[in-house]
Design a protein around this ligand. Structure first.
Ligand code: GLY
Length: 346
């Protein structure tokens, strides 16, 4: 019987090579050790693929969260099989968070695991989703409830993709940058507050610096806790609230928009006299992101209690007491969650 992989080996599995540079996507090439590759992308990204990726056989998804289903996962697995990818095959995922979440899971399952490369094209995927090996599909309204840890072999973060990202997607992505900046601390939060949509779209040096520091923060948390038992859970800041709004909206709220609302709810629970909440609200408003939302309190609480981060029958929430002082708080009572929701409920 083989020995189970050591903790260090498991860490290494989740530590992909990450390159952040304009133009890096155009330099992608098929490594000799992978005789066959399949490209997974979506209909929007298909129009802006770098030449080397255009040459690959491809499987194309409909854009959007509604593609993270069993049926689409089966479609990708079938495509991997149809194109004859064996254990040495490589799946290349070029797209937003949906493409990397679904593609990474397909790579994990195909022939019990093949390598995959991530070329994330949205702010959310570049700053968060494509990094750290969490892959998943949704089970009805249960977001990311079926998944696995399977890190990409390489993550090529090319800010040039942001030039053609739809404006609403670019703006929604800002909320994920803000989330990680709050976790990191005052210097990164202050730098993130000065970003503009145009600066981010054109990968202005200040914006690229923020993106790099956000990525470094995420990678540090992943390295410290690859399998999400402790520090990594801080990255869920705003997500328990946000996922509930997202599930209730049935596709009419973008993930980043929901995370922005969730950040305000979480900040409402801090004991700082509302200082951080006011800063976050001002930042979200500058980016034209929603800060109020209609919703039924009972339904939202029920969705939150179903959230996969629920432990031992009680809800765990990440509460930002101050920039850089973010705490995972278990055993949150529904009344306290309702207090948070009041920050945005119209
Ligand atoms: N998106 C949160 C994490 O990767 O842990």
């Amino acid at each position: 019987m083989s020995t189970p992989p050591s903790h260090e080996a498991q860490r290494a599995e989740l530590h992909a090579e990450v390159v952040v540079r304009a133009g890096v996507a155009a330099e992608w090439e098929l490594p000799a050790r992978h005789p066959a590759a399949l490209l997974l992308t979506d209909r929007n990204v298909e129009r802006v693929l770098p030449p080397a990726l255009r040459a690959l056989p491809r499987h194309v998804l409909a854009p959007g969260e509604l593609s993270k289903t069993w049926a689409e996962l089966e479609g990708v697995l079938q495509a991997l099989d149809d194109h004859g990818l064996d254990r040495d095959g490589l799946l290349v995922c070029c797209g937003g968070g949906v493409v990397s979440d679904l593609g990474g899971l397909a790579a994990h399952l195909h022939r019990r695991g093949i390598a995959w490369d991530a070329l994330p094209t949205s702010v959310i995927a570049q700053a968060d989703a494509a990094l750290g090996g969490k892959t998943a599909i949704n089970l009805g309204p249960s977001k990311n409830s079926v998944g696995a840890f399977h890190a990409a072999r390489r993550v090529l973060v090319d800010p040039s993709f942001l030039e053609s990202l739809p404006e609403v997607e670019l703006r929604a992505g800002f909320a994920e940058l803000l989330k990680t900046a709050v976790i990191s601390g005052e210097p990164l939060l202050a730098a993130t507050e000065t970003l503009s949509p145009q600066g981010l779209r054109s990968a202005h040096p200040e914006a690229l610096d923020v993106l790099r520091r956000v990525i470094d923060t995420k990678l540090r948390l992943v390295q410290a806790d690859p399998h999400d038992h402790a520090e990594r859970q801080l990255l869920n800041l705003g997500h328990s609230f946000g996922h509930a709004f997202e599930a209730l909206a049935l596709g009419s709220l973008r993930h980043g928009e929901a995370v922005g609302l969730g950040l305000l709810c979480a900040a409402r629970l801090a004991h700082d006299g509302g200082q951080l909440e006011a800063r976050l609200r001002a930042a979200l408003l500058r980016w034209d992101l929603p800060v109020r939302r209609a919703g039924d309190l009972g339904e939202l609480l029920a969705l939150m209690s179903r959230d996969k981060k629920r432990r031992g029958g009680a809800l765990s929430l990440v509460i930002p007491e101050a920039p850089g002082h973010v705490e995972l708080c278990p055993g949150i009572a529904p009344e306290r969650a309702a207090e948070g929701l009041a920050a945005v409920l119209a």
